[in-house]
Design a binder for this molecule. Structure first.
Ligand code: UDP
Length: 489
């Protein structure tokens, strides 16, 4: 067990103490770190409890924050029982799980981890005012109940997706179609939204019924929902979510905006695999709004055939691009040679390859970047909005198809690449080719030549900034959240 900062001395009852237990995935750990910083900026004391591998990823950010602001964030790590569940040593994050067949082992390991956390909290922690737990941690609400403190869930989704999520859980509209491919309407929305079951998160698939039920039984017992979003982005949806779920809902984002220094933007959630100076220099050599940034989040991998279609599309497109390649170690030698010959020996001034972790928000905020080809993970979506960059929407799985509806049809800040079915996890299906080279070229061209998407997202960028400034909607919601837990102190 490793403890940093002053965790054990957090017994000052007049200051609310939030215990954050982020689900073990980058898309949760990263915003959870930002949430911790925002709460600390609002004078709360915060502890993040995670595992050694995850702790190492966020420690530099936390240390910088505490040093610069005399902040009060502690980082505690407890060992994760990976090998007990047949996982490789150090497999402590979803992005380290080697294959889909081991995802359930990982999920079960998090339950044993929960027992350790429970013991630790009871034995070692003098005072907690509120627990914020990640969606996959089904044991958190029970733990909060035993402590007698409020429990908030953080799904990592936006308000619109969460509202659809609640509608589906309540109406079971997704169970009506006979096949996974048949379109059905999500009822209760102010517009028609036809979607197929195969485009929904795994929680609505027959194959994941058991885990989905366990998660649902847990989430309905929480006191509130924390959403990384802002009212002006998804007007009315937080209210609708509050009404349908019967829970307190606080939208407190975009939380990524707390990263204002160059180091915080470049070193976020993991160590970047590209030399930042080289990356910025490359971007500096390009015209304003001319570069397309291509990244599919922390687990978005493709099998070689789909991978090549994307690469060929980027080569054929007239715009330069920064292409982030996640999971390069899974690509066969033949694809690696193709990559070297076509992108490194040739075309390196047109396409900058980043093999591994990219400093995403630093890239998105560079003035040369004018479009983002993204899987529409909610963090990436919000980060694009916060940077004023319009989107080419290429959803893979999870709640991403719900986000696409918001991006393309509701907010009209992006264009669709035209995918109608979820991909196999991390490119595990060799034959999965959903998007052809021509589709990539067409979608990028439409986005980069379009003016309206850019204008709308620029307006939202300003609103995002205002939301977190003093008196803004997210700023006030952070205050309200602290007030909400304060009576229990
Ligand atoms: N990210 C990053 N560099 C990368 C890949 C991802 O910084 O090379 C960050 C990205 O900025 C975002 C998070 O990882 O904050 C990914 O979250 P998102 O919800 O977009 O997708 P997920 O990984 O959960 O599918």
């Amino acid at each position: 067990m490793e403890i940093s900062n002053n965790f054990l001395s957090k017994s000052k009852p007049q200051i609310p103490h939030f215990l954050i237990l982020p689900w073990l995935a980058p898309g949760h750990l990263i915003p959870a770190t930002d949430i911790a910083r925002l709460l600390a900026e609002h004078n709360a004391s915060v502890t993040i409890l995670t595992t050694p591998v995850n702790s190492a990823r966020i420690k530099p950010t936390i240390d910088r924050f505490n040093a610069a602001s005399a902040g009060d964030i502690s980082l505690v790590s407890l060992n994760f029982p990976a090998t007990e569940f047949g996982l490789p040593e150090g497999c402590e994050n979803v992005d380290l799980v080697p294959s889909m067949s081991l995802v359930y082992n990982f999920y079960n390991a998090t339950k044993l981890f929960g027992q350790q956390v429970d013991r630790y909290i009871h034995e070692q922690v003098p005072h907690v005012s509120c627990i914020i737990g990640g969606m996959g941690y089904v044991w958190v609400p029970d733990m909060a109940r035993k402590l007698g403190v409020p429990c908030f869930i953080f799904h990592g989704f936006g308000s619109f997706a969460l509202y659809c999520w609640e509608i589906l859980h309540k109406t079971k509209a997704h169970e009506i179609p006979d096949s996974d491919a048949e379109l059905f309407n999500i009822p209760g929305l102010p517009f028609e939204f036809k979607i197929a079951r195969k485009e929904l998160p795994m929680h609505f698939q027959q194959s994941s019924k058991e885990i989905a039920e366990e998660m649902r039984n847990s989430e309905v017992t929480v006191d509130g929902i924390l959403v990384n979003s802002f009212e002006q982005l998804e007007p009315g949806y937080a209210g609708l979510l509050q009404k349908i779920s019967g829970k307190q809902v606080f939208t407190i984002g975009p939380v990524s905006l707390c990263n204002t220094t160059r180091l915080d933007m470049e070193e976020r959630g993991n160590k970047s695999t590209v030399d930042s100076d080289r990356c910025i220099e490359w971007l500096n050599s390009k015209k304003s709004n001319s570069v397309v940034y291509v990244c599919f989040g922390s687990t978005g991998n493709f099998a070689p055939k789909q991978f090549k279609e994307l690469g060929l599309g980027l080569l054929s497109s007239p715009w330069p691009s920064v292409w982030v390649i996640n999971g390069i170690e899974k690509l066969p030698d033949e694809t690696l040679i193709w990559l070297r010959e076509n992108f490194e020996e040739k075309n390196s001034s047109k396409i900058l390859l980043i093999k591994g972790w990219a400093p995403q928000i630093a890239i998105l905020s560079h003035p040369a970047v004018g479009g983002f080809v993204t899987h529409c993970g909610w963090n990436s979506t919000l980060e694009s909005v916060a940077a004023g960059v319009p989107i080419v929407a290429w959803p893979l799985y999870a709640e991403q198809f719900l986000n696409v509806k918001l991006i393309v049809d509701v907010l009209k800040i992006g264009v669709s690449v035209g995918v109608g079915e979820a991909m196999a996890w991390r490119g595990e299906n060799e034959e999965d080719v959903r998007v052809k080279k021509e589709d990539v070229v067409r979608a990028i061209e439409k986005l980069m030549n379009g003016k309206e998407e850019r204008r709308r997202v620029a307006e939202l960028k300003e609103k995002a900034k205002l939301a977190l400034e003093k008196g803004g909607s997210s700023f006030l919601n952070l205050e309200n959240l602290i007030q909400f837990v304060a009576p229990t102190i």
